[in-house]
Design a protein around this ligand. Structure first.
Ligand SMILES: [Zn+2]
Length: 129
């Protein structure tokens, strides 16, 4: 059962009671009904906030779970000074994977640049291998 829906029913009941109480002349009773109505409205608002917080938390949790899965399922091998992932062509940056779990494909350096390293990462600009 939806908590917000049941709070709304309670609020509706209170407003019916308030209509009924107009026929009565008991000030305490009317004041208590007004208090109850306010408390229920606060509870409903708070519950709506909690619902939003819960949805955000669930979303974050899913993101964390999937990044954890990716991390454990992708185990790179060191080939030629760069990482190689099973089922993926090319060589990948070791620094980007080790620090950010990002698969960044490196480019092979040519000519004079080659003395700085065989590979160059387009993301972190590292030359290595
Ligand atoms: Zn990199």
């Amino acid at each position: 059962m939806d908590v917000i829906a049941s709070l709304q029913s309670a609020i509706d009941i209170v407003s019916k009671l308030r209509d009924l109480s107009k026929k009565l002349e008991n000030a305490d009773f009317k004041m208590l009904l007004a208090d109850l109505s306010m408390e229920l409205s606060d509870a409903k608002l708070e519950m709506a906030n909690l619902k939003v917080m819960l949805a955000t938390t669930i979303e974050e949790n899913e993101k964390l779970k999937s990044s954890l899965n990716q991390r454990s399922s992708a185990k790179p091998k060191l080939v030629d000074g760069a990482y190689s992932f099973e089922g993926e062509d090319g060589a990948f940056c070791t620094a980007c994977w080790d620090t950010k779990q990002q698969q960044v494909r490196v480019t092979e350096q040519s000519g004079a640049f080659r003395r700085f390293g065989k590979w160059r990462c387009p993301s972190c600009q590292a030359a290595f291998g």
